[in-house]
Design a protein around this ligand. Structure first.
Ligand code: ADP
Ligand code: MG
Length: 640
């Protein structure tokens, strides 16, 4: 049973559907009246069907005509229908008025269907991601109070009970729990988290009660930023769509001119009578319209974007989806991309009378200001030693880091970098560095200036990184998916790089690269392979990510840089999502190609049939609109 307020809600949400239904009823009654020879009633009902079913299209068509001086498909439909009605009145062939009304009805129905499809995609994206609760439980003087989440401020302490949604991005200050982060990463395996770790708005708390400290206001939480990015992606037409839209404008003009010629010339050339001629010209207007072509791309891309978001693959615009489907070469960063980036200090060696503690302390003093995973590992290894944080710290991406403690300068970084200051590297260290590097370890040299003049190497630190367990399999699958060339780009030295490359099955390695060198290599690759993807994680990859045809960042839930510089963000820190992204790209390309084929074929077939005189107007409309609805629905398949 439909209650009045429910009805008014439906009318508000689907005005196009309501108009189509009323148009259908009027059309049916008008047609019936015509059969009973109640001509007066029929001539009242049928025009009403025209007005109600065609009002919206006519309004849009006229707006485009006057504002943009462009003809659009909507207007062509209305003109064709009015043409049929005029012909019907003139020749007293009233069934032609019915034909025109059928045209308007079917056009209205397919418009309503398309509108529904679009709203459905939009809603499914929103419901996927806007999973944040309305209220939060804040702690004030030890007591819990419920407040609306818009009142939460950075620094507030809140509690989240088992089974509740996290209201905003925050850090755990008490408790331990497992969280389902599927809303952000697409990964429903629970993640264990405890004191000091970050939890994200929209993720679901497991069995533990948590006390949290808010560190992002709700409106700029990660999930809100992701939603905004997805919405932006949807509003941006990719180049292929823009091409089709430009094409439509030119094409509409051609159709109108051809339609006029078709309405005038055939009687003189082929000896057709006027009625047949005009009728066919009108049918031509309908079947030649590029509606199906217009619907071939966008619904498919939108569904693809929504599908990706659900799997934790964030596409920043539709064009990237298409490009991802035809990538021919991929460049991988090493640290943090092919490896987990969670380094561990595995060996410390000291020389020149210093102790191993001295080496660790000196390195930690500068690295404590570093964002780099190397710095992280060194500080962790030195956590129960006493040291001071260096000042004037200067990190040089891809090379190393310098800082001052008292009046001593500390230099930490790769061999080439440290050698610039220390003039020479002790031979005994060079030997052990080489053997560590052959095992795939990263070696960092530590030097300091003792009396503000001479800089001396005091030792080295070897760090082990874990190669991601999915890396080798994933790279193999990417090759099978048709990627011709796969390389590694790294700031680390050749020996370390080769050891890692061998494990994951990459043959070509470019090592000791500065961030700008990575960019140059990508440019070179683009000359040879055109579509080149770069997969990276850190600040040092940003220029290369930007240069690549498609830049892919790992672990979007962990790093803002990744979210900002990349075109595609793999929200979970999972390497195998690359395959998911590529498969989706290929599916989207496949569907778009199919859709364009369907659209063009149906237009050509209907044109031929019309010219040979085998179809009437309603049939032309059904064929034409049928193919439009078909390609729209076919695009929506990608939601699954
Ligand atoms: P990748 O390209 O593999 O991600 P980076 O470009 O970040 O590696 O670093 C390249 C090399 O530069 C490292 O292997 C290390 O030797 C040196 N390096 C970079 N940053 C630091 C740092 N903060 N501390 C010490 N060494 C560093
Ligand atoms: Mg890296």
């Amino acid at each position: 049973m439909l209650y009045p307020n429910r009805i008014s809600q439906i009318t508000k949400e689907h005005p196009d559907a309501i108009a189509a239904i009323i148009c259908g009823v009027l059309l049916f009654c008008g047609w019936f009246a015509l059969h009973l020879n109640w001509l007066g009633l029929a001539l009242l009902l049928l025009p009403a069907a025209y007005v109600i079913g065609g009002f919206e299209s006519a309004r849009e068509g006229l707006t485009t005509l006057f504002k943009e001086k462009e003809l659009d498909v909507d207007l062509l439909m209305i003109v064709a229908a009015l043409g049929a009605a005029t012909l019907g009145l003139w020749r007293r062939e009233y069934h032609l008025i019915v034909d025109g009304a059928i045209l308007i009805l079917i056009f209205a129905v397919s418009g309503a269907l398309e509108g529904y499809a679009m709203r459905h995609t939009e809603r499914s994206i929103r419901s996927l991601m806007s999973l944040t609760p309305d209220v939060a439980r804040i702690l004030r003087q030890g007591r819990e109070e419920e407040i609306s989440i818009s009142q939460l401020r950075v620094g507030d302490e809140i509690v989240v009970k088992p089974g509740e949604l996290i209201p905003t991005d925050a850090v755990i200050i008490e408790g331990y729990s497992t969280l389902n982060e599927a809303a952000i990463t697409g990964e429903s395996l629970p993640v264990e988290k405890t004191v000091g770790q970050e939890v994200f708005a929209g993720t679901l708390n497991g069995y533990g009660a948590l006390k949290l400290k808010v560190h992002n206001p709700p409106e700029s939480s990660l999930i809100q930023r992701v939603i905004r990015l997805v919405e932006q992606a949807q509003n941006e037409a990719p180049p292929s769509q823009e091409f089709i839209e430009r094409f439509e404008r030119g094409y509409a003009r051609v159709i109108v001119i051809a339609g006029i010629l078709l309405a005038i010339l055939p009687p003189y050339i082929f000896g057709w009578d006027w009625e047949t001629t005009i009728y066919r010209a009108l049918t031509f207007l309908v079947v030649a319209s590029p509606c199906a072509l217009m619907a071939a791309i966008m619904p498919a891309l939108l569904s693809g974007i929504a599908n990706g978001a659900r799997q934790g693959v964030l596409f920043k615009n539709g064009a990237q989806l298409e490009i991802m489907g035809k990538v021919r070469a991929i460049a991988f960063d090493k640290t943090g991309t092919l490896t987990t980036g969670k380094l561990e200090v595995s060996q410390v060696i000291s020389v020149n009378g210093y102790s191993r503690e001295d080496v660790l302390i000196s390195a930690a003093a500068v690295e404590s200001s570093s964002e780099h995973p190397i710095g992280d590992a060194i500080v962790r290894a030195a956590h129960n030693l006493n040291w001071y944080r260096a000042v004037d710290v200067n990190a040089i991406p891809g090379q190393g880091i310098i800082g001052t403690v008292g009046n001593e300068k500390y230099i930490v970084g790769n061999g080439v970098f440290v050698q610039k200051y220390a003039r020479y590297l002790p031979q005994e260290l060079i030997d052990s560095a080489e053997s560590s590097e052959k095992e795939g370890k990263t070696v960092v040299w530590v030097a300091k200036s003792s009396n503000s003049e001479t800089v001396q190497v005091i030792g080295l630190i070897a760090l082990a990184d874990m190669i991601r367990s999915e890396a080798a399999v994933t790279i193999n699958r990417l090759r099978k998916l048709g990627v011709e060339h796969i390389i590694m780009l790294t700031g680390d030295n050749q020996r370390t790089a080769e050891a890692v490359a061998k494990e994951v099955g990459i043959e070509t390695v470019y090592s000791s690269l500065l961030p700008s060198d990575k960019l140059d290599v990508i440019r070179q690759l683009q000359k040879k392979y055109q579509t080149v993807a770069m997969v990276g994680d850190g600040i040092n990859d940003a220029p290369a990510l930007a240069q690549a045809s498609v830049g892919i960042a790992m672990g979007g839930a962990g790093s803002d840089v990744a979210l900002e510089t990349a075109d595609i963000v793999l929200m979970a820190d999972r390497f195998d999502k690359l395959v998911a992204a590529m498969l989706l790209g290929k599916r989207v390309r496949g569907v778009v190609r199919q859709n364009i084929t369907i659209a063009l074929t149906s237009i050509v077939l209907l044109l031929i049939a019309n010219f040979l005189g085998n179809i009437n107007l309603p049939f032309g409309v059904i064929g034409h609109e049928g193919s439009t609805v078909l390609v729209t629905l076919s695009g929506l398949r990608l939601l699954k």
